[in-house]
Design a binder for this molecule. Structure first.
Ligand code: PMP
Ligand code: GLU
Length: 400
């Protein structure tokens, strides 16, 4: 039987996650003995702070080994409400919160709960790879709004206004952004709220998973604006700020009707997230914010270093990422040039050539809807970053 007839059209149409694919390719090359540096995956290189691990161990001993309520332990949902009030001045109740197996599942639940076939989702582009595929899995139609390096990859509110139709269900973006590191300011968010608010059928899904990695000023949420607040769904999670990627814990704060719908979906698909993980997450969220601030400062030091190195490569167009742990140079000036006799036509060629020739794994911008760019994740040690920058400078210096 050919796989074409075995597999569903859904999975045949689905694109593999480019970030996960690239980090797997890097792992495989490493396993073959190559000296590969991977700056491909968006994952803090820190281990989870030990007090969080200790809380999980204690939770195991205390019997947190059973099913939990589908939307999460009440204790964790209360901790999330406390965090949202403390950090974002947003008032939610536990009935508004759904905890899932990672923010990825949160976004999946939301798309399944909100989209009918043909519904449109306005996605700020460059976007995080999985948005498009998750929207399509639910039958939704992604409407990509592009913003280039010259505007720090931030969309123009007028373009959002022009893209809204009677089929628009919600607007989806991350700030701080994966892949660009751009952070929308309070003023910029207010301008977005003002153009979206008059369209009462349009919601906002605000992915704030990089909230704790903001270098200048504080993180702002669009949910603070009263005109859009009742129609905003805040997505967040433990992976980035707390270095808990492998724990698989994300959450949403949403209108009750949306939270209930997502709970219904999750109840048929995965049930509640792991019990002891949830217990540890509630302790992490209520802890002294210093835990996340220390990691943020380390990321800032690395950003300064890598940006400084990249500025020495003539032809790269750089924005200054104000959050997350990514740099997203526009490399289009190099397209049409060659390396080792091979013509580089786009960012897919470029990422493949860099991996094969200097054993550095980056992700091609095409996967993020930005074919001129490359994503560099600087969540790696200083030694790795120094060697990676050396290889990159060497690579570009040999392009003719
Ligand atoms: N949103 C964004 C913007 C991301 O970069 C990621 C990837 N880490 C996620 C959501 C999903 O994170 P997780 O499933 O690990 O909570
Ligand atoms: N979100 C991270 C990234 O962009 C982790 C990998 C993934 O889930 O796609 O690299």
């Amino acid at each position: 039987m050919s796989h074409e007839s075995l597999l569903s059209q859904t999975v045949l149409n689905l694109k593999e996650s480019a970030t996960l694919k690239m980090s797997q390719m890097a792992r495989e090359l490493k396993a073959k003995g190559h000296d590969v540096i991977s700056l491909s995956i968006g994952e803090p290189d820190f281990d989870t702070p030990s007090f969080i691990n200790d809380a999980a161990k204690q939770a195991l001993d205390d019997g947190y080994t059973h099913y939990t309520p589908v939307p999460g332990l009440l204790e964790l949902r209360e901790a999330i409400c406390t965090k949202l009030k403390r950090d974002n001045n947003l008032s939610f109740e536990p009935k508004n919160i759904v905890v899932s197996n990672g923010a990825k599942q949160t976004i999946y639940n939301l798309c399944q709960a909100l989209l009918n076939p043909g519904d449109e989702v306005i996605i700020f582009t460059p976007y995080w790879v999985s948005y498009i595929e998750i929207v399509k899995l639910a039958g939704g139609v992604p409407i990509c709004l592009n913003a280039g390096v010259e505007r720090d990859y931030k969309v123009n509110p007028q373009d959002v206004a022009a893209a809204i139709t009677n089929k628009t269900k919600f607007v989806l973006y991350s700030s701080p952004s994966n892949p660009t590191g751009s952070v929308y300011t309070k003023k910029e968010l207010e301008a977005l709220a003002n153009v979206i608010a008059p369209h009462e059928h349009v919601h906002v899904v605000s992915d704030e998973i990089y909230e704790h990695i903001v270098f200048d000023g504080v993180h702002e949420s669009i949910a603070q604006f009263e005109n859009i607040r009742p129609r905003t769904i805040v997505v967040n999670g433990m992976s980035k700020g707390f270095a808990m990627t492998g724990w698989r814990l994300g959450y949403m704060a949403a209108p009750e009707v949306v939270a209930k719908a997502c709970t219904k979906i999750q109840g048929q698909v995965t049930s509640g997230a792991s019990a002891f993980g949830q217990k540890a997450a509630s302790i992490a969220l209520l802890a002294d914010p210093k835990v996340t601030q220390d990691m943020m400062r380390t990321f800032l030091g690395r950003r300064e270093y890598v940006l400084g190195q990249l500025r020495e490569i003539e032809g790269l167009k750089l924005s200054i990422p104000e959050g997350a742990f990514y740099i997203f140079p526009d490399c289009s000036d190099f397209f049409g040039k060659s390396y080792n006799g091979q013509v580089i036509n786009d960012s897919n060629d470029l990422a493949a050539s860099i991996l094969n020739n200097v054993h550095l794994a980056l992700v091609a911008g095409a996967a993020f809807g930005a074919p001129n760019c490359l994503r560099i994740s600087y969540a790696a040690s200083q030694e790795q970053l120094a060697e990676a920058c050396k290889r990159l400078k060497d690579y570009f210096s040999k392009m003719v």
